[in-house]
Design a protein around this ligand. Structure first.
Ligand code: ATP
Length: 317
């Protein structure tokens, strides 16, 4: 088992609202998960699932109602555990009057760094995020992608081991997203762990090694992207040549998706197979009917399909 940088067990958070706190919102209802050190970990979930609450509990910005955990080998909420964390909040806005350079000094100061320390690190960090030439430009002239990259640069100032990024590519165009992805991969290669909250499922699929899907305050699925996208039944796409009638006859007992006839004697069909024995049976019947198997490939579910399936499965309370 790889070492965990974040480990939480049975985390609950209930917000209380209204007069005397009578109205309760159960934002986290027993969240358990572990984030391997050195991974890029994606936290996914529909609106209101509890993602930001989980991040805030990890950072000690919101007090948990119950549960336990560790972050960077310290108990949850421990101030020393937070010193090695870089954080990019959701919808963050830099004050308009700051430039890239002055923003780095301002935010470095907030995490206790002296001006001299920031000045020593700033050129390299701005270079890394592709903003070396933009240091003197006011941030209100930056594109959304540039602002997010500056946000990541400020989160890296104190050389954290763990980066927690809440929607880092929100509102960023595809080119900007590819830049952010490249940067995250580089940071991972340097040994940093990245915990990413994102709505962009494709983004998570491209950049993350592991993910957790949160819905209604509970972890619905947790594992590598491969594990999450594994379909319970294998789906095999066959491209076949021969008599279309004979093909259909050979596969009458199987669960197939609509046939696509490409030419008069070539067709493509997807067969759902519960196990290898089902696949073998299909092959035997097709061969017995003298059908040529031109191609056979196992289909993967996209993370988006898996996400929609998991979220629609979850029970409504
Ligand atoms: N300070 C608060 N007081 C009361 N309820 C809150 C508070 N913060 C969040 N909630 C509620 O807790 C639940 C989880 O909210 P949270 O913001 O953690 O979800 P999320 O998954 O981050 O959603 P989104 O993707 O929309 O940002 C929601 O029902 C939300 O309305």
């Amino acid at each position: 088992m790889p070492e965990s940088i974040i480990e939480v067990q049975d985390l609950h958070k209930t917000y209380r609202e209204g007069l005397l706190g009578r109205k309760q919102v159960n934002a986290l209802r027993g969240v358990s998960l572990s984030v391997p050190r050195g991974s890029v970990f994606g936290l996914l979930g529909p609106n209101g699932a509890g993602k930001t609450t989980l991040i805030k509990v990890l950072l000690g910005l919101v007090r948990r109602s119950s549960g336990r955990g560790t972050m960077l080998d310290r108990p949850l909420g421990d101030r020393n555990g937070r010193k090695k964390v870089g954080y990019l909040p959701e919808h963050h806005r830099f004050p308009r009057h700051l430039t890239g350079n002055s923003a780095m000094i301002y935010y470095g100061g907030l995490s206790g760094m002296s001006r001299r320390e920031v000045l020593a690190k700033r050129p390299e960090l701005l270079e890394r995020v592709g903003l070396a030439k933009w240091g003197n430009t006011p941030v209100h002239k930056y594109s959304k992608g540039m602002q997010q990259r500056l946000g990541i640069a400020q989160a890296l100032l104190h050389n954290p081991d763990l980066l927690i990024l809440d929607e880092p590519t929100d509102g960023v165009d595809p080119v900007g997203r590819a830049d952010v992805r490249r940067l995250l991969k580089q940071l991972q290669e340097e040994g940093k762990t990245i915990f990413l909250n994102s709505h962009q499922l494709q983004e998570i699929e491209l950049v993350c090694d592991q993910a957790a899907i949160l819905a209604k305050g509970r972890v619905q699925r947790h594992g590598t992207i491969e594990e999450i996208t594994q379909h319970p039944h294998a789906r095999i796409e066959f491209t076949l040549r021969g008599s279309i009638d004979e093909m259909q006859y050979a596969l009458t007992e199987e669960e197939t998706e609509p046939w696509e006839v490409e030419f008069e004697d070539v067709a493509r069909v997807v067969v759902s197979a519960e196990d290898q024995a089902t696949i073998n049976r299909c092959l035997d019947r097709l061969r017995a009917k003298q059908i040529d198997i031109i191609e056979m490939k196992r289909m993967r579910t996209s993370l988006e399909d898996a996400f929609l399936h998991i979220v629609s499965e979850e029970t409504v309370e």
